[in-house]
Design a protein around this ligand. Structure first.
Ligand SMILES: C[S@@+](CC[C@H](N)C(=O)[O-])C[C@H]1O[C@@H](n2cnc3c(N)ncnc32)[C@H](O)[C@@H]1O
Length: 227
């Protein structure tokens, strides 16, 4: 399971396994705050990770792509409610995970969509999720954080301030993108590494019911842009 096509095939196979039930599976479900988008998400991400670990001899990384993160749901909700933000524009969804934000931007009328992630499983999941929503998304592997988002008009980032390592590189990346004129929007549920005092909040949503959330202590999720 080292090539992208191999990873995509692996995920496709698991989705079509007969008689699979319980926590050890992916399901095509609506994102709670964004029911317009359906995603292949883990019934239980920890159990799913254990399954992947068993199959890769302990070499798998956390399947972040198998959860619709609250920050991603917020920015996806925002672009669907404000389609003018992305309609007709070239959009980059950085650290895309499941592809939720890119797919929402596609449904809102973006002209071209690029979803970037460093995890090959995420890229495979984005391909399958884009197909499930009938949206065309180009996947972009690798780490773009030393750049400025290239020639994209809009840079979207859902829940990218979840730890210090990514936060300390993500913020300069987003600042560079904004400085060259890209419209930058970040979705975040109040993570400690978010540079909140250097950003303006443009929207805020109540978190979905605890039963729909992997992080029931989160009460609001916001959409912000660099000042
Ligand atoms: C918390 S998840 C958020 C996923 C998605 N944006 C959402 O809101 O549902 C963070 C994602 O960042 C990705 N990631 C981590 N470091 C990255 C980097 N340097 N470049 C691109 N993606 C990265 C991870 O693989 C993971 O999919």
């Amino acid at each position: 399971m080292t090539t992208r096509s191999g990873v995509t095939a692996y995920l496709e196979d698991t989705l079509t396994e007969p008689n699979v039930s319980g926590l050890d599976r992916l399901r095509l479900v609506e994102a709670p705050l964004v029911p317009e988008v359906r995603l292949h998400l883990a019934e239980d991400p920890i159990v799913w990770w254990a399954r992947m670990d068993a199959q890769t001899g302990g070499a798998s990384t956390a399947p972040f792509w198998a959860t619709a993160w609250p920050g991603g749901q917020a920015v996806a909700r925002y672009v669907l409610d404000h389609p003018g933000t992305v309609a007709g524009r070239r959009v980059l969804d950085v650290a895309s995970g499941s592809g939720l934000v890119a797919i929402a931007a596609g449904l809102a009328g973006a002209a071209a969509l690029t979803a970037n992630d460093i995890d090959p499983y995420a890229l495979a999941a984005i391909t399958l999720n884009a197909r499930a929503n009938d949206v065309e998304v180009s996947t972009c592997p690798g780490d773009l954080l030393d750049g400025d988002g290239g020639d994209t008009d809009v840079v979207l980032a859902g829940d990218v301030f979840y730890n210090h390592t990514i936060a300390k590189r993500m913020w300069p990346f987003l600042r560079r993108a904004a400085a060259r004129g890209a419209h930058v929007l970040v979705g975040d549920p109040g993570r400690g590494h978010l540079p909140r005092n250097r950003m303006t909040t443009v929207a805020s949503y109540p978190a979905p019911a605890a039963a729909d959330s992997a992080e029931p202590y989160i009460s609001r999720m916001s959409v912000l842009q660099p000042r």
